[in-house]
Design a protein around this ligand. Structure first.
Ligand code: CA
Length: 441
C-alpha cells in the first residue's frame, strides 16, 4: 500500500494556474490518466494526465525530453491508444511516472518551458476508454443497497445468508462498457407482468447504478494462481466513476437461475479519468465490521487491509432532464453518498476473492463495486431505492417527476476525496444521456 510522499504534499502548487483553485478536481496532488485526442480530429488517441483544466500530452512530453529512466519508460507506455501497457508495468513504474510528473508540473520547475507546448485544454479534448477492458466483473459490495433492494422482495430477511461471508459478484459484459458522454440506448427485452405470457418491448424501468470502477494492473497472475492479500493492492492500478445502467423490469424475469443478462449488458459508463491508487493514499480508511457481523475469513483478511483498506470517496448523482436542459435549468442532485460507508468489502478483498479459485486477472480488467448507497434516504445510488421500486416518484424542479429514467435524461456521477491535512482531489464526471429504444421489428 502506498505511503504518503512528496507528491501528496498539500502545499504543492503547479505552474498551471487553474490547478491551484481550491475546488479543482485535478490539482497537482491528483494527476489522473486518460486516453484522448483533440476533439473532432483524427489524431491518434494517446495517454494524457489532467492538471487543472488542461491535459498534459504524455507522448509530446516524452518528445520534449523531460523524463528519464523508469519514468520515461512509463510515459512511453502511456502514450499508446490505451493505458494497458502502463497498467502492466506495475506499481514501481506508476510511482516513478507520478513523481516525475509532480516535479515537472510544480511551480518553479525547469521543465515548464519544455512542457508548456504539450498542454491541451480539457474542453478541446475527446476521450476514449482508458483501457481495453478484457473482462468486466460486477460486484455487489454496497450493503445498504443490497439491504434496501432485498427488502423490496424479502421484507423480513433482506440479506441472503452468503452476503457477509462472500464478496458477491457476477461476470459482466466488457464490450458494452463505454466512456462518459456516450449516449445510452434504452434496451429492448422481455418483461413479465401479471399476464400469462411475457411482453417484448422497450424497458420502462431504466435505472442507473452509482459505482466505482477498479482497474486492474501489475503482472497478471497465471491461470490457477491466486493472489494473496499482501499482493492485492499492487494489482490495483486506479479508480474511476462507473454507472452500471440497469433495466429493472427485464432483470426479474430473466435473472433466475443464472443471474442478470440483458438487463445489465446494454451499456455501462466509465469516466475517462483514472485516479491512481497512489493519488488516493491520503484517503484510505480502516476496514471495520459492525459489532455482531462475522469477521472475514483468513484469506480475505490482513492487518494492512484492516488498518486502511477502505476508500473514503464522496459520491454524487445529478440528473438533468431534456425539459430542464431546454429551459436552461441546471441539473438537480439526486444522491450524495460515501464509498467507505457504503462498501462492505475493500478493493483488495475483491481482487483476492476474484482470483482465489485460480482466475487470472489481467491489466485493464474492470471490477465494478456494485451500487454504493449510504444508509440515509438521500444516499441511494439508484432510482430503484430512491422511489421504493417506482412506487414513490421523485419530484423535480419544473414540475416533472421520475420513477425511472426517461429518454433525454442526462445522468452524471461525480466523486471527490477530502480530508484535513490533504489536498482535495476529484474524479471528474461520468455522464450519459438516455436515448429512445430502437423500434420493435
Ligand atoms: Ca452493478
Amino acid at each position: 500500500m502506498y505511503r504518503l510522499n512528496e507528491t501528496h504534499d498539500p502545499a504543492l502548487r503547479s505552474w498551471v494556474a487553474s490547478a491551484n483553485q481550491a475546488d479543482c478536481d485535478f490539482p497537482i496532488q491528483n494527476l489522473p490518466l486518460a486516453v484522448l485526442r483533440r476533439r473532432g480530429s483524427n489524431e491518434p488517441l494517446r495517454g494524457g494526465v489532467a492538471i487543472g483544466d488542461q491535459v498534459l500530452d504524455l507522448a509530446a512530453a516524452v518528445q520534449a525530453g523531460v523524463f528519464q529512466g523508469q519514468a520515461k519508460a512509463a510515459a512511453q507506455a502511456a502514450s499508446a491508444d490505451s493505458l494497458n501497457a502502463l497498467m502492466a508495468l506495475g506499481a514501481a513504474s506508476w510511482s516513478a511516472l507520478r513523481l516525475a510528473l509532480s516535479r515537472a508540473l510544480r511551480e518553479g520547475a525547469v521543465a515548464r518551458t519544455a512542457l508548456e507546448g504539450c498542454l491541451l485544454a480539457q474542453a478541446d479534448a475527446e476521450y476514449a476508454l482508458p483501457a481495453r477492458i478484457g473482462d468486466y466483473t460486477d460486484f455487489y459490495i454496497g450493503i445498504h443497497h443490497a439491504t434496501a433492494v432485498g427488502k423490496l422482495f424479502r421484507p423480513d430477511n433482506p440479506l441472503l445468508p452468503n452476503y457477509k461471508w462472500v464478496p458477491i459478484g457476477y461476470h459482466g459484459r466488457a464490450s458494452s462498457v463505454v466512456v462518459s458522454g456516450t449516449p445510452i440506448r434504452r434496451p429492448l427485452g422481455q418483461t413479465k407482468g401479471s399476464a400469462e405470457t411475457p411482453d417484448f418491448g422497450a424497458s420502462q424501468r431504466m435505472d442507473y447504478e452509482l459505482e466505482l470502477g477498479f482497474l486492474i494492473g501489475g503482472a497478471a497472475n497465471a491461470l490457477g494462481e491466486p493472489v494473496a492479500m499482501a499482493d492485492a493492492e499492487a494489482r490495483l492500478f486506479g479508480v474511476a466513476l462507473f454507472n452500471d445502467w440497469s433495466a429493472r423490469d427485464i432483470q426479474p424475469w430473466e435473472y433466475q437461475p443464472l443471474g442478470p443478462f440483458l438487463s445489465k449488458n446494454f451499456g455501462s459508463t466509465l469516466s475517462p479519468w483514472v485516479v491512481t491508487m497512489e493519488a488516493l493514499a491520503p484517503f484510505r480508511a480502516a476496514f471495520t465490521r459492525p459489532a455482531g457481523d462475522p469477521q472475514p475469513l483468513p484469506y480475505l483478511d490482513s492487518p494492512a487491509n484492516r488498518e486502511r483498506g477502505a476508500l473514503d470517496v464522496q459520491l454524487e448523482v445529478w440528473l438533468q432532464t431534456e425539459k430542464m436542459r431546454a429551459a436552461g435549468q441546471p441539473a438537480v442532485q439526486l444522491t450524495r453518498a460515501n464509498a467507505r460507508e457504503a462498501a462492505y468489502w475493500t478493493p483488495a478483498q475483491l481482487v483476492v476473492h476474484h482470483a482465489v479459485g485460480g482466475c487470472n486477472l489481467q491489466p485493464g480488467d474492470l471490477l465494478g463495486s456494485g451500487t454504493l448507497s449510504g444508509p440515509g434516504p438521500n444516499q441511494s445510488g439508484s432510482l430503484l431505492e430512491l422511489t421504493q421500486g417506482g412506487k414513490q416518484p421523485i419530484q423535480l424542479p419544473g414540475g416533472e417527476q421520475r420513477s425511472f429514467l426517461a429518454d433525454g435524461d442526462t445522468l452524471s456521477l461525480r466523486g471527490w476525496c477530502e480530508r484535513e491535512g490533504a489536498r482535495r482531489i476529484g474524479f471528474g464526471e461520468c455522464a450519459g444521456t438516455v436515448i429512445a429504444a430502437r423500434a420493435i421489428i
